[in-house]
Design a protein around this ligand. Structure first.
Ligand code: BMA
Length: 824
């Protein structure tokens, strides 16, 4: 048992100590105790003990269902040498999953019902000198809600919950763990975070929030609010290392200090300015002599969501610090199916990837959990705007008083914590709850008419139109919208109003090129699936499974639409894949093309369009999904494509049809600048057939057509050429974009035409350069590695004959045999 004692010398010498508890749990069938460690779930412990296999491999997921049919008893035994001399002894459960009764030395001390918030209880009276026994009895959600229908008389729609007893919406637990169209079902039971026994003499500071009340160039009016876990009422001095001292009153454990900052430094999204963060050190001293000292980092910005009637319909765009900003990014889902396994460094790496890929926004999607501080801190630092969903998705939710009180507690905890971060620009009530009720046929499927329908609508209004906005407005000026999308896909006029999740290609029958044509006022979701690379496929399958019809591939495809949709569109673009390997490659190219078409359409549609967030950035297990980065962090073709398409100043291709496209220089940079673009058209041997120079002045969110149609005397459509654009972006950096134009008589280069060498290995920096020599033109060259930890700076580029260099980063010194090339 780890025991950490931190003594802090304060005015009145109060102590603070933390003890991390270790657990074991009782196996209800084997009737034995199993070690858990300090955190984790029953499922993870049974994998670690060898009783259960890797749940991602093959169809192993099916071996985990029985766990939900038993109650699980956890036990922690800890020793206290002497009486507790401190004033308080508190047990803190930062994320207990989910329905639990907690007994300390045989007394029931706490009952929990929400894995999305911390729970804590004062236990000084229940502790004793010597051995102490803490016991938790977990009831799995399916058992806890076995009588759900009896309770309210009808069933709440929960189409993603794959259990016969679908109860996801009744349970305040990450909804994706009940099954999703990109996730296995893994209904964890246990402790997502470490449980601690805290001992201390004075109240604990449990909340620090800064809210921007007013902002202009001359001044910012800010309210700082500090919250303690005890109802203290006292006169205090609040001393800030930036703003000096002020006498104030602490009322019921809460104090607010108003500060006026002259000529404030602002926090801007990346690409728009600096991410200025103030680093303050605060001290609060009560008249009674209690004393707290703590750091506080904050950033000053305002955010507005502009929803106005205009010439097209109803707008939906963000203004940060009064400036309109076009949002670019993706939807973020939990990084692991087991929340306890997400590490801070993995979260930071994910946010760094967003910045590297030129995102300026991420949407935290509502079927997961509220991210930890590390996520928001990194977004603050790197200038990634956060659109934060409240955790509700694709189901109808209960409206009884127990549930409403539960979600109120959840918002009361999460909203001020999250709102304290300058990167957060929007709270959104839920993912697709309203659109589901209106369009997914729930009424017929679940027989919801009359009173039951009215109850469901009332619950919706109570949660998303009353409780959530009231709590959000109480703490922050960050805007709130009750749902996303506000408008469904379908009829053309629907694209003129508010936020949009465009699923017409995947869930409908629209052709791929509609991605660039059906454009909402703000595109918060749209996407296309692909398969992850071979190394990832090998982690859960054998070569014998590499067939779309194999049990393993079918098992990993969780979307009802299925693998045939990928094949259908891939075939249309690239022809019949010769083998599974080629299918995987085509799937990634098709996905990159689909989303790229959409992004070009969206960027060129500004100011009608206010932003573009594709579905989905990442994965929580290895499988074919809509992600652009696979479970192991490998970039798919889409991620490389987005890095280019999202550059603040970029060249994008607008597809009028699959064969007809136009090129545009597009800018989101705030400054007005002159751009010079050189276009060169090469034949596939590399000879220059023609060039043209373009020059234009662009001012934020504007574009300029680069008409290349008459550079050559023949129509481009009939030629096999490579079109290359070179330009300097708004930061003066050299950029280039290349687009192949392949007509009919095209012959793919043979393997004998290509060589690969590894050069410039730098063992210290862990970098190298891969040199590829091609005798013939190679289209969409995909280089992948069969050892993990290799990162390619560029990928899926077109190569004219000659030498090409790809910078890589590695973990282990790479060998040439580790790499594999595919091309068209
Ligand atoms: C939207 C998302 C997710 C889903 C995705 C793909 O509905 O909000 O629920 O995974 O589409 O179907």
């Amino acid at each position: 048992m780890r025991f950490i004692l931190i003594l802090i010398c304060l005015l009145n010498f109060s102590a603070f100590s933390q003890m991390e508890l270790e657990w074991s749990f009782f196996h209800p069938i084997k009737k034995e105790w199993i070690e858990l460690g300090t955190k984790g779930s029953v499922q993870e412990a049974l994998i670690a003990s060898g009783e259960l296999p890797d749940p991602f491999y093959g169809t192993n997921e099916e071996k985990f269902g029985w766990i939900e049919e038993h109650e699980w008893i956890f036990k922690s035994i800890f020793f206290l040498e002497s009486d507790i001399s401190e004033e308080f002894a508190e047990l803190v459960f930062p994320s207990i999953d989910t329905y639990a009764r907690i007994y300390l030395n045989d007394s029931l001390v706490l009952i929990t019902d929400n894995a999305l918030i911390p729970h804590s209880v004062q236990v000084k009276e229940n502790l004793r000198v010597g051995m102490n026994e803490l016991e938790i009895i977990f009831t799995p959600p399916v058992m806890y809600h076995k009588d759900k229908k009896k309770v309210i008389g009808y069933e709440l729609p929960a189409p993603n919950d794959v259990h016969d007893n679908a109860i996801a919406p009744y349970t305040r637990k990450p909804q994706y763990q009940f099954g999703w169209d990109w996730a296995l079902r893994m209904n964890t039971i246990g402790l997502n975070k470490v449980v601690e026994l805290l001992r201390y003499d004075k109240a604990r500071l449990i909340g620090k929030l800064m809210n921007v009340i007013e902002l202009s160039e001359e001044k910012a009016v800010l309210d700082f609010t500090f919250t303690f876990n005890q109802d203290i009422n006292d006169s205090i001095t609040c001393l800030s290392s930036i703003f000096g001292a002020e006498p104030l009153k602490l009322v019921n454990g809460v104090v607010t200090r108003r500060i006026v900052v002259d000529s404030p430094k602002l926090w801007w999204p990346r690409g728009q300015g600096e991410q200025d963060l103030y680093k303050d050190e605060l001290q609060i001293i009560t008249e009674g002599g209690d004393y707290w000292i703590f750091p506080m980092t904050f950033g000053i910005k305002t955010s507005e969501l502009i929803q106005e009637t205009d010439e097209w319909g109803t707008s939906y765009y963000f203004k940060i610090n009064g400036r309109r900003i076009f949002a670019k990014g993706a939807d973020y889902i939990p990084q692991e199916i087991f929340p306890a396994q997400v590490t801070d460094s993995a979260v930071e790496a994910m946010v760094e990837t967003m910045a590297e890929s030129n995102f300026n926004m991420v949407r935290v999607w509502g079927g997961g959990y509220y991210p930890d501080e590390v996520f928001f801190n990194k977004c603050d630092e790197l200038g990634i705007m956060v659109w934060e969903d409240l955790m509700f998705a694709c189901a109808m939710y209960p409206g009884d008083s127990v549930f409403l009180e539960n979600v109120s507690r959840e918002f009361e905890y999460q909203v001020p914590r999250i709102a304290a971060h300058p990167s957060v620009v929007l709270f959104n009530g839920n993912n697709e709850v309203e659109v589901a009720w209106g369009n997914w046929g729930f009424q017929v499927k679940y027989g919801l008419y009359g009173q039951s329908a009215r109850d469901i609508e009332q619950a919706y209004d109570d949660i998303f139109k009353k409780i959530a906005p009231n709590i959000i407005n109480k703490y922050t000026s960050i805007p709130y919208v009750h749902t996303s999308p506000l408008s469904n896909w379908g009829k053309m006029d629907l694209y003129n109003h508010g936020s949009q999740h465009y699923w017409g290609v995947w869930h409908g029958k629209d052709p791929l090129e509609d991605f660039g044509k059906k454009i909402g006022r703000f595109n918060a979701e749209y996407g296309f699936q692909s398969f992850p690379e071979y190394q990832t496929l090998s982690s859960f399958s054998e070569p014998a499974d590499w067939d779309l019809k194999s049990a393993v591939m079918k098992h990993h495809q969780k979307s009802y639409v299925g693998n045939d949709m990928i094949l259908k569109h891939a075939r249309r673009l690239y022809g019949e894949p010769e083998n599974f390997e080629e299918f995987v490659y085509f799937s990634q190219l098709t996905q990159a093309m689909a989303v790229s078409m959409a992004v070009a359409g969206h960027r060129l549609d500004a100011p009608r369009c206010g932003g573009t967030l594709y579905w989905q950035l990442n994965d929580c297990w290895p499988a074919p999904t809509w992600s652009s980065i696979d479970y192991f962090g490998n970039w798919k073709a889409l991620q490389y494509q987005m890095k280019k398409d999202f550059q603040d100043v970029s060249i994008v291709a607008k597809y009028n049809s699959l064969t007809e496209r136009e090129f545009f220089l597009v800018s989101d940079a705030p400054d007005t600048l002159v751009y010079d673009v050189v276009c060169t058209i090469h034949d596939l041997k590399g000879e220059v057939l023609g060039t043209r120079d373009f020059s234009t002045t662009l001012k934020g969110e504007s574009s300029f057509q680069l008409d290349v149609s008459d550079i050559l005397s023949e129509p481009l459509e009939d030629l096999n050429v490579l079109i290359v654009f070179k330009f300097k972006d708004n930061n003066g950096e050299h950029s280039y974009r290349q687009f192949e134009n392949i007509g009919k008589k095209y012959k793919k280069a043979k393997c004998t035409d290509v060589t690969l060498e590894i050069t410039q290995i730098d063992e210290e920096k862990r970098t190298a350069v891969i040199e590829i020599n091609a005798d013939k033109f190679m289209r969409n060259v995909w280089i992948s590695s069969n050892v993990s930890g290799v990162k390619f700076k560029t990928n899926f580029e077109h190569f004219l004959p000659g030498n090409h260099y790809i910078e890589i980063q590695f973990e282990e010194i790479p060998k040439k045999e580790d790499f594999k090339l595919m091309w068209l």
